[in-house]
Design a protein around this ligand. Sequence first.
Ligand SMILES: Cc1cc2nc3c(=O)[nH]c(=O)nc-3n(C[C@H](O)[C@H](O)[C@H](O)COP(=O)(O)O)c2cc1C
Length: 210
Amino acid sequence: MSSVRNITTSAILLALFAIAGTALVAVTHEGTRDRIAANERAALLRAIGHMLPPAEYDNDLLEDTIQVGDPALLGTAEMTAYRARREGRPVAVILTPIAPDGYNGAIQLLVAIRYAGRLAGVHVVSHRETPGLGDAIETAKSDWVKQFSGRRLGDPDEEHWRVKKDGGVFDQFTGATITPRAVVKAVYSSLVYFRDHREQLFAQETDGHV
Ligand SMILES: Cc1cc2nc3c(=O)[nH]c(=O)nc-3n(C[C@H](O)[C@H](O)[C@H](O)COP(=O)(O)O)c2cc1C
């Protein structure tokens, strides 16, 4: 009889521990998810701040978004574009294209384009390029992406919108041409997409799809 009671007590204790454990994991997961989301938003705002000073816009651009896509020009059928406005007037858009042809695969970018069509800046969000060869595309590693700032379609013309090794104006890296070539091409394609969709990109409704 007492062994039955022992087993029952053990079973109840085990069940209680299981319930408490599950609850703890659920609460931790919930808290961590919120913190990760907040950190991601802060990192995105910091990255955008390197290209477009916050003083230039007065809206909450992380909330003023539109879904856009174009596999040929943006490397994806679905991406978020962030719109910067000042007193309701369009200032710049931040596209989030993918350069599909890096040495080790996709390179995720932010491309900030002012309403008049000039590049406010380019930022590499993630990549798998080789450290010491292809990773100079990172803002933290070199100033290479800065050479895009202020450029627009026609400056330089299409024929020269290439790395120097291919007859263009943009620097490549020593022993690594594939990575910069992929980024140069993706930035150009983003400008073409912007030229063809500017008014739709700044359309007032949020979370529509171009
Ligand atoms: C192990 C290894 C890793 C490499 N990683 C890169 C890289 O991340 N980015 C890059 O552009 N080239 C990288 N290269 C060099 C390329 O293979 C290529 O030689 C270089 O980009 C020049 O390309 P091009 O001949 O088209 O101008 C790597 C080569 C090796 C052997």
